[in-house]
Design a binder for this molecule. Structure first.
Ligand SMILES: [Zn+2]
Length: 222
């Protein structure tokens, strides 16, 4: 009886090799598919919104109490379109800071460092950056920012806020010389001239000192 013909080379290693190479191919193909999917998701989630044009300007209101008159201003070295707000009557410390227009809170925390300026110690150490601050997304690529608040914001990230809702109180945290509200309006992450109640503020470039008085129409219908 003849035994099985052998070539002297066992067949098992080749089978192993074939299985291993098939596995490698499956891993490579699924890896490539995952990369393509990841790029597609990135394009849809990040690039498409970036390219989309901004929506119409929301009817922003002054971020302070209805009927109050505040001085809006800027100074050389501030930054283009940045607005500093001081009340024309009464002291600034602790005055309510209100939402300019309905939206969703995207930042509520500390920017830079707080420093030590408080109503009890107005000449305390100066902090860095915006101090306690809030950022609100109004949709259509429009955003507002509120800086140097006295205390931790009264709102939290993800919270829906209505126009006129209080988000904090005027303070002097961060890089601030005196209690005031630093305020910005942004369209597509670029600062633009702040408009209030549909009227431009006139605060554009920071090459000269400029102030204007405006009365708040941030009045919530009863
Ligand atoms: Zn400022």
């Amino acid at each position: 009886m003849l035994g099985p013909v052998t070539t002297g080379r066992p067949t098992t290693p080749r089978t192993h090799r074939r299985v291993r190479s098939r596995r490698t191919r499956i891993v490579l193909v699924s890896g490539a598919v995952a990369v393509v999917l990841a790029v597609a998701v990135l394009v849809v989630a990040v690039v498409v919104p970036l390219l989309r044009p901004a929506g119409p300007r929301p009817l922003f209101q002054l971020p302070v109490a209805c009927g109050e008159t505040w001085q809006l201003g800027t100074y050389p070295g501030h930054d283009d379109y940045d607005v500093d707000m001081f009340p024309t009557e009464g002291r600034a410390w602790g005055r309510p800071v209100l939402v300019s227009y309905a939206g969703e809170v995207t930042v509520a925390g500390i920017n830079g460092s707080l420093g030590g300026r408080t109503p009890e110690d107005p000449d305390g150490s100066r902090g860095r950056g915006g101090g306690y601050w809030v950022k609100i997304d109004h949709g259509g690529k429009w955003e507002t920012q509120y800086l140097h608040l006295l205390e931790p914001p009264l709102v939290r990230v993800g919270q829906r806020v209505a126009q006129g809702e209080q988000i904090g109180r005027v303070g002097s945290t961060g890089n601030s010389g005196a209690p005031h509200l630093h305020y910005e309006q942004r369209r597509g992450w670029e600062k633009v001239e702040a408009h209030f109640d549909g009227v431009p503020s006139g605060i554009t470039h920071d090459d000269t000192e400029y102030t204007v008085k405006r009365k708040s129409n941030n009045c919530v219908p009863e």
